[in-house]
Design a protein around this ligand. Structure first.
Ligand code: ADP
Ligand code: MG
Length: 258
């Protein structure tokens, strides 16, 4: 059965200030959604809330993943159920290679499914990781680097996409929280998503870059404005945005508020 991430009437406050004001969004396996919107509209707040960041207080609404209440789950439980959140492990871990880190994550998932599992044998893991790296057109040496230790923005993205490829999630949420992301990093994320995408993977890409839509072809585009999804549409929404920016939406929202 197809799995879904369902965000229902989500209200979130930061330091008692309401930021998200009733967000509704469902992402199913096999779908690619882009969430866009101007700076300050609440996109990263949604991403941090999905990650369970303690500063982001859910004051109303629900987040359901595969029928489970996501807000009641620890980050590792979310991951084991097949939800992948980029930036879940943003810290550098000196002494732990990317390959080791990925192997530990895979083994934790296996153990969650079967407590007697003794982990993926190392030769099998090596083959598995190489296949994933080949699919993503990555240099095999990359997995031998210490995780996020001195990684450039582009390399962090590459590491993230490789983790995603290896964990084979059912729903992945990728947030371009870092406004300093260059076009190269954007391209890496986009190509990775395009290569990994299939009927078993649902993706929510959160970005304020309209140009990401030149690389990823989502079936659904949502625009966040003032903590709500102001508009949802198909791929042609991207063209509209490119031409008209966000002002038309502000005007529309202003009109309906009067
Ligand atoms: P976006 O990602 O769409 O640019 P954000 O979710 O980062 O928007 O921000 C939405 C609003 O929430 C902004 O007004 C921002 O100032 C506020 N905000 C977000 N995170 C915090 C925080 N940790 N502390 C205080 N205010 C925050
Ligand atoms: Mg942001």
């Amino acid at each position: 059965m197809s799995v879904a991430l369902e965000i229902r009437n989500l209200h979130v406050s930061v330091e008692n200030k309401p930021i998200l004001k009733g967000v509704n969004l469902t992402v199913r396996q096999g779908e690619v959604h882009a969430l866009m919107g101007p700076n300050g509209s609440g996109k990263s707040t949604l991403a941090y809330t999905l990650m369970g960041h303690p500063e982001y207080e859910v004051t109303a609404g629900q987040i359901i993943f595969d029928g489970h209440d996501l807000l009641e789950m620890e980050a590792d439980e979310r991951s084991k159920l097949g939800m992948f959140l980029a930036f879940q492990y943003p810290v550098a871990i000196p002494g732990v290679t990317l390959a080791n880190f990925i192997r530990q994550s895979i083994n934790a998932h296996r153990k969650a499914k079967n407590e007697h599992d003794s982990g993926m044998p190392i030769p099998e893991f090596r083959r598995f990781l190489k296949e994933k790296m080949d699919m993503l057109d990555m240099d095999h040496n990359f997995a031998g680097r210490y995780l996020n230790d001195g990684f450039s923005g582009g390399e962090k993205k590459r590491a993230e996409i490789l983790q995603m490829a290896a964990l084979e999630p059912r729903i992945a949420v990728l947030d371009e929280t870092d406004s300093g992301l260059d076009i190269d990093a954007l391209r890496i994320v986009s190509e990775g998503v395009n290569r990994l995408y299939g009927p078993d993977l649902g993706v929510l890409v959160i970005t304020h870059y309209q140009r990401i839509l030149n690389y990823i072809k989502p079936q659904h585009v949502h625009i966040m404005l003032n903590g709500q999804i102001a508009e949802s549409g198909g791929p042609d929404m991207a063209l509209h945005l490119e031409e008209h920016g966000y002002d038309w939406l502000r005007e529309k929202q202003g009109e309906s508020a009067e």
